[in-house]
Design a protein around this ligand. Structure first.
Ligand code: 0X9
Ligand code: ZN
Length: 302
């Protein structure tokens, strides 16, 4: 059984996905959507009952930022609940779930394996004087605008050009190919206890601000009901900061996935990203309740 009292390495995570595909062939399949810069597999787990139906899809990714370890852990918990807990079968009746638990595995592994690099954020692609780009500044929508850096060595470096990072390309291709079915795009980050929606490139609110806000509030409410954890809900620019070139803005602005969210999970530890392992399960469980609320909305709407 997969444990939630530790953070797993990328290989263990992908091995778990493969095992689920083997053990639950009628429910689970793995789609490889490409490789990272250093050659690690970007595997999406597709969880679906009678998949011929072409149901609406909830797509979730995590781990675009290397150091935010709680995000892949929460994604893994959701996978575990959807596949291995029979009580959650109702969550698969009307929607399919596609989950990519580690979008930036090179960075994630670097934070695990390299002494003093626990807080690395970017990818690991080779630049002229520094390594890596912020994959969440690399998407081709208002690329290189506000809140991103043109300095290779900065943590928010937007990359040489839009989609210079192979991981961002892989994700965007997958979303583009499935954009008619993906009704919710959700990207897990840490930290801050925020439920963010577009836009990150402007303080202007999206046309459907009302729906994005009220669904976000409903999700926050269901999380609060578990353990009292408070989330703030709003547009990225208005409640956090302006930062262009993010995956959430791209999903909505280019792929047309109207319901697009970033969840900033709770922090902990020394710098916020290093939440101690004993806190993983609590965060995973409360967030899972929020995911159920997203699912309810998608089930009722589509
Ligand atoms: O800055 C980010 O990429 C995210 N915060 S984090 O501390 N995890 O790095 C927030 C992204 C919000 N979305 C956009 N700005 N598009
Ligand atoms: Zn992040």
């Amino acid at each position: 059984r997969i444990s939630f009292i530790k953070y797993h390495r990328h290989e263990e995570i992908n091995a778990y996905l493969s095992r689920l595909a083997k053990d639950y062939p009628n429910l689970v399949s793995i789609q490889n959507i490409g490789k990272s810069y250093e050659g690690r597999d970007l595997d999406v787990i597709q969880i679906s009952t009678n998949s011929s139906a072409g149901k609406p899809v909830i797509f979730i990714d995590a781990g675009i930022h290397a150091r935010e370890w709680i995000a892949p852990a929460v994604a893994l918990y959701a996978i575990n609940q959807l596949v291995e807990n029979k009580d959650n079968a109702n969550l698969l009746e009307k929607v399919d779930w596609n989950i990519l638990p580690v979008l930036n595995p090179d960075g994630y592994e670097y934070t695990h394996s390299t002494l003093l690099q626990r807080f690395w954020r970017k990818t690991r692609s080779q630049g002229n004087k520094c390594i890596g780009a912020d994959a969440n500044r690399n998407f081709d929508f208002h690329w290189a605008e506000i809140g991103s850096s043109s300095d290779e060595c900065d943590d928010t470096y937007h990359g040489k050009h839009a989609f210079s990072e192979i991981e961002a390309i892989a994700l965007s291709n997958y979303i583009s190919q499935n954009k008619n079915r993906i009704k919710l795009y959700l990207t897990l980050h840490s930290f801050g206890q925020l439920i963010l929606y577009p836009w990150g490139y402007t303080s202007e609110l999206p046309r459907d601000n009302e729906e994005l806000l009220s669904l976000g509030e409903a999700v926050a409410e269901s999380i609060k009901n578990v353990s009292g954890t408070n989330y703030i809900v709003g547009s990225s620019t208005n409640i956090l900061y302006a930062a262009a070139g993010g995956s959430d803005d791209w999903a909505k602005g280019v792929a047309g996935v109207e319901l697009s969210y970033t969840i900033e999970l709770p922090g902990g530890g020394l710098l916020g990203f290093d939440l101690p392992t004993w806190k993983i399960l609590g965060v995973a469980k409360e967030t899972w309740e929020g995911l159920k609320t997203f699912c309810k909305h998608i089930s009722e709407k589509f």
